[in-house]
Design a protein around this ligand. Structure first.
Ligand code: ADP
Length: 455
C-alpha cells in the first residue's frame, strides 16, 4: 500500500496554473517538530552570536549566486514583475550578509558598572521561535523573522503563507545548507497548521498578517504566556500641505500607493490634500500613475503584476464600487479586469464613511480627500485604529510639526518612512505589538538577563 502525503499546490496568480507543490504538514506532527527544534537549539544557543553570524553569512552569497532562478520562482508564485522579484531576492541576500553582524553585535553581552558591583547584561536566546510570515514579500519576510531569531541563538519553526510556500521553502533550503539540522524547520499549511504551531511548546510567536489573526494568536499565546511580536494591518495616511513640492508629493503618492500592487504594509492608503492644491496634485498624481502599467509579471514593461489571490482582488474591487456608489469619483482605473489584474486606481471625493478609508485595502488604490486646515488633516490622519506609517509633504517647519502630531510608529517628512540605519520597524496602536529591526528590534528575540557580582 502506498501512502500519499497531501500536498499544498502553489498557483500562479497570473495564469492560475500550478507553479509547484510542497508536502502539507499534519498539525498533529507539529509538536514533535517543535521538540526537535528545542533539542537542536541547545548546541546552537551555546555558541556566540558572532559564531552564528559566521555560519549564516555564506547563505547570503548563496542566495545571490542563485538569484535569477529564485526571482523567477518568486514572481511566478507571488505575481510581482520579474524585475521586482529580482530586487527582492538581491536585497534579501545582501541584507543577510550585512545584518548577521548587526544582530550579533546587538545581542552580545555588555557590562555595566555601579558602586562596588559589575553587572553583565545578557541577551540570551528564548528557545524556539515560531515565525508565521506573509506573502507580499515572500522571501524577505521569512528572513525578517528568522534571521534575528537564529543569530540570537533560537531555533526557528517557520510557517510561510500558504500563498507562497515555494519561495519560502527555497529560502530555508539555502540557509539549511549551512545550519545544523533542525535549527530551522518549515511547516506548510494554512490556519490549522498556524494554530497548532502557536499552541505548541514555542517561546515566541513572530507574526505579520491581519489584525483579526493577530488577535487570535495573542489570545492563544496568553495560555502559556508566550511572547509575541505582531505586525498587523495599517491604513497609512499621506498629508499634502499647501506649499509642498507637488511633483515630489505626486511621484511619492504614486509609488507608495501602487508598488507591489499596493500589497505593502506601509502602502499609502489614504491621501489628504489641502483644498487649495487638490486639483493640481490630483492631475500630477494621475500623470505619475500612468507609469504603473498592469500586466503579466514576465512581460516586458509590466510594473504592476496581478494581485496575489482572487479574494484580495475582489475585496479591492468591492471597496472601489462601494466608494463610487457613495459618491466618490474615479479619476483613473477601476472597472472590470480579467483574472487577478487590478489597475492603478485614483478616487477623489472620498469620505470617512466609506470602507475604503477605514478598512485596509492592500491594493493599488489612491483615495483622495481634501481638508482646509492642517489641524483637520491631523485629526483625519489619526481617525484610524491603525498607526504603522504616515507621510507628510509640505513646507518646513509646518510639515515636521504636523508629522509629530500623527499617532503612527514611522513617519516620513517630504520622503518615505524608511529610517536611517539602526531605526526600528515599528507600529503604533492596532498596527502591532513589539517591533522589528535596529538593535532594540533584534533584542526582542532574546531573554534579557542580568548577572551582578561584586567588583
Ligand atoms: P492575510 O495576512 O493574508 O490576511 P491572515 O492574517 O488571515 O492572512 O493569515 C496569515 C497567516 O496566519 C496565514 O499563514 C494563516 O495560515 C495563519 N493563520 C490563520 N489563522 C491562524 C491562527 N488562528 N493561528 C495561527 N496562524 C493562523
Amino acid at each position: 500500500m502506498t501512502v500519499t502525503t497531501p500536498t499544498l499546490i502553489s498557483y500562479s496568480p497570473a495564469t492560475g496554473e500550478p507553479v509547484g507543490e510542497v508536502p502539507i504538514t499534519a498539525p498533529a506532527k507539529i509538536p514533535a517538530i517543535v521538540a526537535g527544534a528545542r533539542e537542536a537549539q541547545k548546541a546552537w544557543g551555546a555558541i556566540t552570536g558572532h559564531q552564528r553570524a559566521d555560519i549564516l553569512r555564506p547563505a547570503g552569497q548563496a542566495i545571490l549566486d542563485n538569484k535569477d532562478e529564485l526571482a523567477r520562482l518568486l514572481s511566478a508564485e507571488q505575481g510581482k514583475p520579474l524585475a521586482d522579484g529580482l530586487s527582492e531576492v538581491t536585497h534579501t541576500g545582501e541584507k543577510l550578509m550585512e545584518e548577521v553582524d548587526e544582530i550579533a553585535e546587538a545581542v552580545a553581552p555588555r557590562e555595566l558598572t555601579g558602586e562596588g558591583m559589575v553587572t553583565t547584561l545578557r541577551y540570551d536566546p528564548l528557545g524556539v521561535v515560531a515565525a508565521i510570515t506573509p506573502w507580499n514579500f515572500p522571501m524577505l519576510m521569512p528572513q525578517w523573522m528568522a534571521l534575528p531569531a537564529l543569530v540570537a541563538g533560537n531555533a526557528v519553526v517557520l510557517k510561510p503563507s500558504e500563498q507562497t510556500p515555494l519561495i519560502a521553502q527555497a529560502y530555508a533550503d539555502i540557509l539549511n545548507r549551512f545550519l545544523p539540522p533542525h535549527v530551522l524547520q518549515v511547516v506548510h499549511g494554512a490556519d490549522d497548521q498556524g494554530r497548532a504551531l502557536v499552541a505548541s511548546d514555542v517561546n515566541l510567536i513572530a507574526f505579520t498578517g491581519s489584525k483579526a489573526t493577530g488577535q487570535k494568536i495573542m489570545a492563544a499565546a496568553a495560555e502559556g504566556l508566550k511572547r509575541v511580536i505582531l505586525e498587523l494591518g495599517s491604513k497609512d495616511p499621506l498629508i499634502v500641505l499647501e506649499g509642498a513640492d507637488l511633483d515630489a508629493a505626486a511621484e511619492f503618492a504614486a509609488r507608495n500607493s501602487f508598488r507591489n500592487c499596493g500589497q505593502v504594509c506601509v502602502s499609502t492608503e489614504r491621501i489628504y490634500v489641502q483644498g487649495t492644491i487638490a486639483e493640481a496634485f490630483t492631475e500630477k498624481l494621475a500623470q505619475a500613475a500612468k507609469a504603473y502599467r498592469s500586466g503579466d509579471p514576465f512581460a516586458e514593461g509590466s510594473v504592476l503584476g496581478p494581485m496575489v489571490m482572487r479574494e484580495q482582488k475582489e475585496h479591492v474591487a468591492r471597496q472601489i464600487e462601494d466608494a463610487v456608489a457613495q459618491g466618490a469619483k474615479l479619476v483613473l482605473g477601476g472597472g472590470d479586469h480579467p483574472g487577478n489584474a487590478m489597475p492603478a486606481t485614483i478616487l477623489r471625493g472620498v469620505t470617512h464613511e466609506m470602507d475604503i478609508m477605514k478598512t485596509e485595502t492592500f491594493g493599488p488604490v489612491a483615495p483622495i480627500m481634501t481638508f482646509e486646515h492642517p489641524d483637520e488633516a491631523v485629526s483625519l490622519a489619526n481617525d484610524s485604529e491603525y498607526g504603522l506609517g504616515a507621510v507628510v509633504f509640505g513646507p518646513e517647519p509646518l510639515a515636521r510639526d504636523v508629522a509629530a502630531r500623527i499617532d503612527a510608529g514611522m513617519i516620513g517628512v517630504n520622503r518615505g518612512i524608511h529610517g536611517a540605519k539602526g531605526s526600528p520597524w515599528v507600529g503604533a496602536r492596532h498596527s502591532g505589538i513589539g517591533y522589528h529591526m535596529g538593535p532594540d528590534g533584534h533584542r526582542q528575540f532574546c531573554q534579557v538577563r542580568t548577572i551582578t557580582r561584586n567588583a
